[in-house]
Design a protein around this ligand. Structure first.
Ligand code: GLV
Ligand code: GLV
Length: 353
């Protein structure tokens, strides 16, 4: 019998369909009309028994219950995400099951969104847009000081985490001629400032002549950065890496941008820092408790929202990147089962894990 693959989400790729058409795998898929939506836990658990591979997204938690439901046939779990905090990695690996994620292909897309968020909050785009959308432009005609904010040029930029996405973002920031780049890192980086590029992994790296790049500790970064980008994976050591103490150490003119996981920033402390003008603003693509964020959320309340750009986790959302992520997710399954088409894109298995 051919291996069965549980496909928890319809994805923009034909990789697995082609393998199924060639008789290499049998697919268990979602109903057409709701295939892109998160499946219920019951749907997942009831379809897992006997599968060799499971294709998932962030909403599908892989824990003992999930693995027990699948049973010993399960060989690979492949997530359409670079993050894997929804997977109990130690447990999965202890059972000899491989894990696939999608590193590399989304670095530029997420970096672009980080830059967008930084520009949005520094230039007051959330409140400016709302002014126009609500028909209030006539009450706010152009004045010499309306909707002002700091230029990105010449600033000190801080990166919490200096992995592939941060390095891609550093390259995007070079044309703004930052004064200084500071970063924290928990892993030794391949990055070497001496080679003149932000990381050999980053495509088309810019030369960084004249820009100081320094590895500093977290609190030092808080004190000097004009914009702090949070780009770490979420794990017990990075949970609330931006907490009350960090926010208190930041300049009152500084901004924080988070495109990692909501749990890296203490939301209550951030709301308090914004309300009390202890920092200038926040650009967020992720937030604790997402997607259950109501309009009454403290960050969207009238005393906060003008300083906040909150987006619904769209960082990797370029057409090209989502397609590449979907292809890689499917190729990771086929690769782990020894079924990868030789003409398929390179599968990345166990990278960084
Ligand atoms: C998205 O958040 C991802 O991890 O790819
Ligand atoms: C602004 O619109 C200007 O002309 O300076």
């Amino acid at each position: 019998p051919v291996p069965k693959i549980l496909v928890c989400r319809t994805m923009p790729t034909s990789v697995l369909k082609a393998a199924a058409a060639a008789g290499k795998v049998e697919l268990i898929t979602r109903p057409d009309d709701e295939g892109e939506q998160a499946p219920s836990r019951d749907w997942v658990l009831s379809h897992l028994p006997g599968v060799s591979g499971a294709v998932i997204c962030l909403s599908e938690h892989v824990d003992a219950e999930f693995l027990d439901a699948a049973g010993p046939s399960l060989k690979v779990v492949s997530t359409m995400s670079v993050g894997y905090d929804h997977i109990d990695l130690a447990l999965v690996k202890s059972r000899g099951i491989r894990v696939g994620n999608t590193p590399g292909v989304l670095d530029d897309a997420v970096a672009e969104l980080c830059l967008l968020l930084a520009l949005m909050v520094t230039r007051q785009v959330p409140v400016a847009l709302r002014t126009v959308q609500e028909g209030r432009w006539p009450s706010f005609p152009w004045t010499p000081t309306c909707f002002m904010g700091p230029s990105m040029a010449g600033k000190t930029i801080g990166f919490l985490g200096f992995g592939n996405i941060s390095q891609s973002l550093a390259n995007l920031l070079v044309p703004f001629k930052p004064k200084r780049l500071v970063y924290t890192t928990s892993r030794p980086r391949k990055f070497d400032a001496a080679d003149g590029y932000f990381g050999s992994l980053v495509r088309g790296g810019f030369p960084v002549e004249g820009i100081a790049v320094e590895n500093v500790d977290k609190m030092q970064l808080a004190e000097v950065a004009d914009v702090v980008f949070v780009l770490v994976d979420l794990n017990p050591t990075t949970k609330h890496i931006v907490d009350k103490e960090f926010l208190a150490a930041m300049k009152t003119s500084a901004y924080v941008v988070n495109a990692s996981r909501g749990g890296t920033v203490d939301t209550a402390a951030l709301a308090e820092a914004l309300r009390t003008n202890s920092i200038a603003g926040a650009g967020l693509d992720v937030i604790e408790g997402e997607p259950d964020i109501q309009a009454s959320h403290p960050l969207l309340a009238p005393d906060c929202r003008d300083k906040v750009a909150l987006l619904p986790h769209i960082g990797s959302g370029t057409t090209e990147t989502r397609q590449a992520m979907a292809d890689m997710t499917m190729n990771n399954v086929l690769g782990a089962l020894g079924l990868r088409d030789e003409h398929g894109k390179e599968a990345v298995m166990d990278a960084e894990l």
